[in-house]
Design a protein around this ligand. Structure first.
Ligand code: G3I
Length: 378
């Protein structure tokens, strides 16, 4: 679990001071009795993706839910290349610094997402066709971000979505300029800049055997080469039916067998029909032909009780599995706090009303939240 950020004697001293001063603390400062993170404490970190409004203090209700219910956070967008380094060597850390400050203030396990991703890249990076120039930007970006947050960000999604569905490597601008070695280079550089940080490879559709095999072959190669990699992040953008519990268990066992931890890094459960040709969370897909089609947006005015219960059961079944394999799981992060802010309202079809998270559009806990608190954890 979380590394102690301070030497033990300092922690003891703080504990002592806290004991003396604790009487004055208001209840709202500490995690309330009904806290998801507390319920799963000691099994795995439990967290949520934080959007920019929440980071910048414009959504106090989401912030309160995060601070009271979770013990790890991931920035939904604020640490992505297009926002952090929109122009060469011009870094904008305003939101990122506030994000890290929020995590430190609440003693959270802070995740950095994501150092290297072919999507949401700055314009100047998109079409580089010059290995030397790419190498310079690639190294500069990783060095600048990891050194800035050294000792503060506990885990980095070092590389995100580098594999195709068939287990081959995506021919991204990084791959085309630097070759397949770019992934290991990123891990080595991140490790050099912060030897303490946990380093994660993150991807979607890990339920596909070929894709999972491609990823885990890479993991095993890194381990054989002595390149630090701590875990595989399974994004877990799932729905009410798939992947099956058996497949989710296979994912956990396969990643564990490869010698690294499992994290479910972007968990949400869509309750809406998905276009039949859609595969995974590959964000470049476009299904505009379905926009406005009521068959693809069946619950515009609220989720029927029966579907609410289906969602709760789905989350309960999945978390039962997570508890069973908690020794293999480092972290579970929901990809957002409340339904209205979920990316799934506009993906893969814009303008729908989805209900994938634990809190509803009025920030109230849903049946699924209550079911998770009822789960046996020992
Ligand atoms: O910041 C701009 C804003 O200035 C502009 O006015 C507005 C209107 O176009 O767009 C804003 O950018 C949006 C950005 O989120 C920040 O809100 C982009 O349009 C929008 O496409 C982007 O969506 C994000 C998506 O990644 C991009 O691919 C989602 O919020 C985010 O949840 C999603 O997260 C990704 C993970 O990082 C990686 N795994 C897949 C997951 C889902 O795609």
């Amino acid at each position: 679990m979380k590394k102690l950020k301070k030497p033990l004697f300092v922690v003891f001293l703080c504990g002592l001071i806290c004991l003396i001063g604790c009487a004055n603390r208001t209840v709202s400062d500490s995690k309330p009795k009904l806290s998801l993170a507390k319920h799963f404490n000691g099994l795995f970190y439990l967290g949520a993706a934080v959007n920019e409004n929440t980071i910048l203090g414009m959504d106090s209700k989401s912030k309160k839910i995060i601070n009271t219910q979770f013990n790890t956070i991931t920035p939904e967008n604020s640490l992505k290349w297009m926002f952090i380094q929109p122009e060469p060597n011009k870094f904008n850390f305003k939101a990122a610094d506030k994000y890290v400050e929020m995590g430190l203030k609440n003693d959270m396990y802070i995740v950095g997402h994501a150092l290297v991703w072919h999507s949401q890249l700055a314009d100047f990076m998109q079409n580089i066709d010059n290995p030397k120039q790419m190498q310079q930007h690639f190294e500069n970006h990783i060095q600048t971000l990891v050194s800035r947050f050294k000792g503060k960000i506990d885990a980095w999604d070092v590389v995100n979505e580098a594999f195709e569905e068939d287990g081959t490597l995506r021919q991204s601008v990084f791959y085309n300029n630097l070759g397949e070695a770019y992934i290991e280079k990123a891990f080595k550089l991140a490790h050099k800049m912060d030897p303490e940080a946990n380093l994660i490879y993150n991807d979607y559709n890990v339920y596909k055997p070929e894709k999972r095999a491609g990823i885990l072959n890479m993991v095993k190669q890194f381990i054989a080469n002595g390149t630090k990699i701590n875990g595989v992040g399974v994004q877990a953008h799932w729905d009410l039916k798939s992947p099956s519990l058996e497949v989710i268990e296979e994912i956990i066992l396969d990643i564990h067998a490869a010698g690294v931890s499992v994290s479910f890094t972007e968990l949400d459960i869509s309750v809406l029909p998905s276009p039949w040709e859609m595969v995974g969370a590959e964000v470049s897909q476009n299904f505009s032909k379905f926009e406005g089609d009521p068959a693809m947006d069946p619950y515009p005015n609220g989720l029927p009780e029966a579907v609410q219960d289906q969602l709760a059961k789905r989350y309960q079944d999945i978390f039962n599995l997570f508890v069973k394999h908690s020794d293999k799981i480092e972290r579970v992060t929901f990809w957002g706090v409340m339904d209205k802010h979920s990316w799934l309202n506009d993906w893969p079809i814009k303008g729908r009303t989805n209900y994938p998270l634990l809190f509803d559009r009025k920030y109230k806990p849903k049946t699924a939240y209550k079911r998770l608190l009822e789960l046996k954890t020992n």
